[in-house]
Design a protein around this ligand. Sequence first.
Ligand SMILES: *[C@@H]1O[C@H](CO)[C@@H](O)[C@H](O)[C@H]1NC(C)=O
Length: 440
Amino acid sequence: MTCLWSLWSLSLLTFACFGREACSSHCPVLECWLVPDKARAGASNNQEKVLLDVRTDGHHAANQDAPPDGIKKIYSVGDPAATLCHRSLCPLSGSAHKPVCELSSFLPHPSTVKWAASLTEPAFSPLYLQADWMAASIQGLDAQRGISNVLRATTGTSDLDVVLSVTTTTVAVKAGLGEQVLLDCQFWADRASPLSGFAIEWRRQFRGSGEMILAYDGKADRLSDTPEDGAMVDFAGLHRNGNASLIIRETKVRHTGTYICMVYLPNLLAQVTMELEILEPPSLSMHPASLPLIVTGQSLTVHCVASGFAPHSLELSWEFKSPDGKTRSLGPVRISGHRQAWDGTYSQDTRLELDTSTMDLGRGGEVTCVGEHPGGTRRASVTLRIIGFSTPSIEDSMAMVGVALVLYGLIKFVSWTFIPSGGALIDGSNGADEADKKKK
Ligand SMILES: *[C@@H]1O[C@H](CO)[C@@H](O)[C@H](O)[C@H]1NC(C)=O
């Protein structure tokens, strides 16, 4: 594999020297997989490599050099808006880490969705559509951007021109609950083409089910149906700069999913996808909130409730920190199943029995409930204090001797002061006897 890679980089190097620098002024020579045409029966299933030589000056590379080894074809790509000119599309030299590009053939056809239907009325196909069309789907390095282009080639040539380009710079977004989120989507359409008018559509997919968030017919300036509550697009910006970004005003758990920004031109469609993940760490609470003083040999159960978190992956554990600062984990713990609240967040709880006779908790310390969540780690602590009877310390013994001495002195003092002599008590009892005798 390594051998193949180095062979490959060598061939790219020769190409680079032969032609021009692989990434001059951020316009790359993009390495793409040519996805075989499924419709063409008998076509080989092997994907082949091609190169896209991107130029923004409106001229296609004049002399087509023979492609280097391992490359099927070199396409000259006219990209006046420089949609493919970004550093995240330049492979880092000497790194196997490369942008991912797929090129496939594309068949223009009228859209069947109602918000794009007005684009292909009246229903005739301009001559312009009779050409070789291709679609390129590109993921930049480090998820910096996702690009989807529709390109046109005059039949029989390898000169491609970008006609429609859709880009996102928010390929993977993580947000907490209740935040405002921007899902970026920008499009560019070649104004020189006879295809006029556009429509956009935002969709969300999660676990196999999909829903429409917003659809807009730019030609008729009409929103289709009702957009999802709290989701909006700046329509002025959309018409002015092709800024189709979606704003979600206040994130909720149900907003997690794959978002698709689709841009329609008459007979053409390009789309980019992005992931939004709602990550909310738990709030922890301890019960009881403060622990009673306990005696060695006794045990006590503490209870920790984690709530308001999403998604449901949470690790609950317990820690004990003794006064000397040493920390260790405590167990065994009992953990409940998940419960889901009306807002989609989860809760879960754990119990720990603090058994002072078996757990070696000394004179006490800090007992902490730890909740580890993809959105962050949260902790809640209580102080445990234990008084020992079984093995009193030196200080305890000395204090007890001191208390005993003081008590002894006090008793002596009281008996001397308030009881003058033993005789008085005997006289009293005699008097009582005499009274008894008189009654008889
Ligand atoms: C697109 O529009 C949104 C919402 O108005 C704005 O926040 C964002 O900065 C715009 N993006 C660009 C690249 O203009």
